[in-house]
Design a protein around this ligand. Sequence first.
Ligand code: ADP
Ligand code: MG
Length: 476
Amino acid sequence: MKKNLEQVWYNCLSIIKDNVSLQAYKTWFEPIKPIKIKEGVITIQVPSQFFYEWLEEHYIELLRKTIRKEIGPESKLEYSIVMENNYTNSKPYTVKIPTTNKKALKNPSVAMPLDIGASPIKNPFVIPGLRKVNVDSNLNPNYSFENFVEGDCNRLARSAGYAVANKPGGTAFNPLLIYGGVGLGKTHLAHSIGIEIKNEFPEKTVLYVSSEKFTHQFIDAVKNNNTNDFIHFYQMIDVLIIDDVQFFAGKEKTQDVFFTIFNHLHQTGKQLVLTSDKPPVELQGMEQRLLSRFKWGLSADLQSPTLETRIAILQKKMYADGIDLPKEVVEYLAYSITTNIRELEGALISLIAQSSLNKKAITLELAKQMIDKFVKNTAREVSIDYIQKVVCDYFDLPIELLKSKTRKREVVQARQIAMFFAKKMTKSSLANIGMHCGGKDHATVLHACRTVNNLSETDKTFRGYLEDLNKKLSIQ
Ligand code: ADP
Ligand code: MG
């Protein structure tokens, strides 16, 4: 049966859209152009090598399933990559990529049928004769301690994690409960502990599992009448890492079975590592006996990273990806995205993708546009901190002076200008602006704004400063 290219790709996109975030969809899938479909092979054009590699690394499963569903079980996927040079007339070159597995990539000229994964692997605990060493730990090697940037915001949790990793089951931190808001590194740290233990003690059975997966496995086990296998499987683990335990809230049966497993592991000196988006006291819908056990060990929190840590994290990611960004761009990202490391990373990646897509250099301009488009909460408004930094850079003053109470003339003027822009560009109250700028009161801020307005009308040089700064600060 002949299938219409546009229609097929449209259908694929709607499946994909349901399975990835809007940002990911816009960044990675909208720029794809379907080229042709012939004998079950669909060719899609991607804007650069970087795109192709990214898709292969992150979305190959999704693409494979989607394409198989839309075109048929024998279907194949081919990429056509637009050459990354500026010669007009350059013909896109094509690599044929079997969507089966990574190994096959070594021989990219053969397109292979999409047959891997046709029968999903069953839960490990129902495989008879399971040997301990066979348990797949489910650890993501990228989430290592080396890749985890240390800062005040995570010092306690990190060092407790490190201690646990070096002596699993043998510290007072059992269980170790890591808690904190979204995107602050709970999952990363939980993996780091697992990875480190695997390195140090290869004979130990380590298992990372999300509480969601644990719950589903348990429900299946109940359905299939093998709850005992399920419990036995979990009881033979040496280091059990359960991510996002808040998901157990309100699920009594799952909590009961987890309680049994927890007790067994704890009594036999095995290590438990748990993460949660709330501290134990705030976990509603959780049985008291379970909560009290969570408190046996150590609860360590992860907080929002400071500016220095945010910059360090960005630099680490750039280094890992072999990318070099201008300092001002890194600082802009770190200043604009303050609460969530996942968003920070997302912005960096989108920026790289945008630049690769448009074949434009990564500039402050591009960063501003991108942030404006993608980052919902933080970006529309520049922060007072950022304004202060830009003003200080412009006048070549240390930011500490601006925040101090000094009355030196040049500092007073820069401070007034910072207040003026803060009033103009943020929704902060006058009192809050004053507090940020050397602990002044709201009347001082008001006075500063008037002074700046007056000066800009009478003093041409001064007006020039404001125009420069306005350009630097405004988000397109
Ligand atoms: P959570 O589980 O708390 O929602 P994640 O562990 O998934 O957060 O972290 C979100 C992203 O931020 C991940 O890609 C992670 O690698 C990164 N990340 C978080 N904390 C750090 C850190 N201290 N250093 C480097 N990367 C970090
Ligand atoms: Mg997580």
